[in-house]
Design a binder for this molecule. Sequence first.
Ligand code: UT7
Length: 319
Amino acid sequence: MSFSILGTGKAVPDYILTNDELATIVETNDEWIRTRTGIEERRICKDETITELCVKAAKEALDDAGITAEQLDLIICSTMRGENLTPSQGCMIQKEIGAKCPAFDLNAACSGFIYALDVADGYFVRKKVKYVLVVSMDNLSNITNWKDRSTCVLFGDGGAAAVLGEGDDLLAIHLTAAGNDEVLRIPHGENSSPFYEHKPEPALLQMMGNDVYKFAVTAMPEGIRTVVEEAGLQQSDVNWVIPHQANIRIINTAAAKLDIPRERFFCNINHYGNTSSGSVPIALHEASQAGLLKKGDIIALCAFGGGLTTGSCIIRWCK
Ligand code: UT7
């Protein structure tokens, strides 16, 4: 016995940064961004804090699941950078929604939502929990190098939440990590110690985009193949793939390597860009809200990101 997804919720900032506006900040243009990435616009935090966004997504997911914050047994927040180093973002969510349960953060970059599902699975298997809230939220605009056109056009802020309850709808899950701080890295940025001998680097995202691209177009189909097999299914049984929204060309290439029709890959990258760990659950929530997911549908979630990490799972939709 593991879990079923009982409800989802989403929160993105109000401000829409278009490709045309970006072209006034760095040397780029709408055509390059659209054709190379599929992104048309992204959301950027102005007055919203990451805590406010987490709380909004969490409350929507609780309402959707029909349970109260007091019923939660655990909160896991996947994020690369919460409001504070401590308290954790999970504890901030717990405080703001009025929950009483343990709460913590987990950082697996863009694969964070699926890593959090795997951790939650362990709590259900040990029968420690009845209801778990997972919130996956990042605001990369704080750590984007707005002078680097090869990265600043790619990312956006936002995330989503899911309420998990006892059930048997997680059919397979598979995580990987291949430690690599060369192709994707965000340094801490500061060090107050007068004794430390290394010079701190600014807290800005650095990425070798082509290397991540090559990693992703192999890792994504591999991850999906693995979990389909672990679940005892055929690729043709998959009704929807909810892939990490990093680049539409990565999704198209991954789809071409699988026996799953491209129309079954849900995409909303045009509106949000890459929201890191928020990306997969935002897409899951939007696919659900659009009425695309039917009770009993087989859904493959798949993500890759900094670490380098990957996460893939098969879920049967139970709503
Ligand atoms: O969650 C995981 C996070 N990361 C990713 O998923 C990133 C994966 N990688 C990618 O999506 C792609 O590699 C990028 C979108 C980052 C880059 O696309 P690309 O087609 O691999 O372009 P490129 O890096 O090979 O650059 C092609 C050209 C270069 O000019 P030259 O050297 O050919 O003259 C770049 O300088 O495009 C230029 N360029 C741009 N031009 C206009 C790079 N960025 C831009 C830009 N606007 N924003």
